[in-house]
Design a protein around this ligand. Structure first.
Ligand code: ZN
Ligand code: ZN
Length: 277
């Protein structure tokens, strides 16, 4: 219980003065931008690129890649490699970001440090993501990642500048950008890598007897915040599945989007869970 209360209490404590000085609206918009980034991360980067859980139409892939670029600037090969290594070691020595190895607060607060430390290892990226490296386009290789978030911030400032006037719009756009970084880097990703990999108040398990999922927990509230990623125990049990919520009440926004794309024939060969107990 302490982990859940302290984690969300800390987030509330940081957001409280922001809400006091800038208003709740800027926090809501920052969270919406982070949700867009999380949706692209879970559907494209995680379920599609890392686990090959489906086929996607090339136009859809380009849209995901563009939004991923302007909201995160992430290097796809590095992310895929770090995450595949995470599954291959899963809470054992060598897992790039395990609370069991490093300690809960280390991952919950400093997840980004452990990610960057692992992602810098070029040999590891070559070993775990050769398919992604081979499929890289000219832009993947030569356009620096930081240009994406820079463009994203300029777009935010332009949109809100046109809406509220240039000076308040610039202030609003920059605050939204900072809040998005806070949510995405310091709240949402650590909740999955930290809290869901640790026994806690809302955490529960469904499947037993498989080593790669018995240290991992589902959390309905984290799933709500992370477009379905909080159904993390289900995911470690059946990593190839595009569906992370295995019960109707396990919220999975990423899965709802994939189902829509499947109906529109923009996604195909969509993998379902091996078993739903
Ligand atoms: Zn995990
Ligand atoms: Zn995964």
């Amino acid at each position: 219980m302490m982990k859940t209360v302290l984690t969300f209490g800390l987030v509330g404590l940081i957001l409280w003065p922001v809400g006091f000085f800038f208003g709740g609206r800027v926090i809501a918009v920052g969270f919406i931008v982070s949700t867009l980034a999380t949706l692209c991360t879970t559907v494209y980067l995680h379920r599609y690129a890392t686990h090959e859980a489906m086929w996607l139409h090339s136009g859809v892939k380009s849209i995901f890649k563009f939004f991923l670029w302007i909201t995160t600037g992430v290097d796809i090969a590095q992310w895929v490699a770090v995450h595949r290594k995470h599954h291959s070691k899963s809470d054992d020595e060598g897992d790039p970001h395990s609370p069991y190895v490093e300690g809960f607060w280390q991952i919950q607060l400093f997840n980004v440090y452990y990610y960057v430390r692992a992602a810098r290892d070029r040999q590891m990226v070559k070993k775990f993501a050769p398919d992604i490296l081979n499929a890289q386009t000219w832009t993947d290789k030569h356009v620096p990642g930081w240009t994406g978030p820079l463009l994203g911030t300029v777009i935010l400032c332009l949109v809100f500048g046109l809406w509220f006037g240039w000076v308040p719009g610039l202030k609003f756009g920059l605050t939204v950008a900072v809040l998005h970084v806070f949510f995405y880097v310091f709240v949402l990703l650590p909740l999955v890598n930290g809290l869901c990999h640790s026994p806690h108040w809302f955490g529960y398990q469904r499947y037993v007897g498989r080593k790669q999922s018995d240290t991992v927990f589902n959390d309905w509230f984290v799933a709500l915040l992370t477009c379905g990623e909080g159904n993390h125990h289900n995911h470690h049990y059946s990593p190839k599945s595009a569906q992370l919520g295995h019960k109707w009440w396990e919220v999975d926004l990423g899965w709802y989007l994939i189902r829509l794309l499947e109906e529109l024939r923009l996604a195909a060969q969509v993998h379902r869970p091996e078993v739903t107990a």
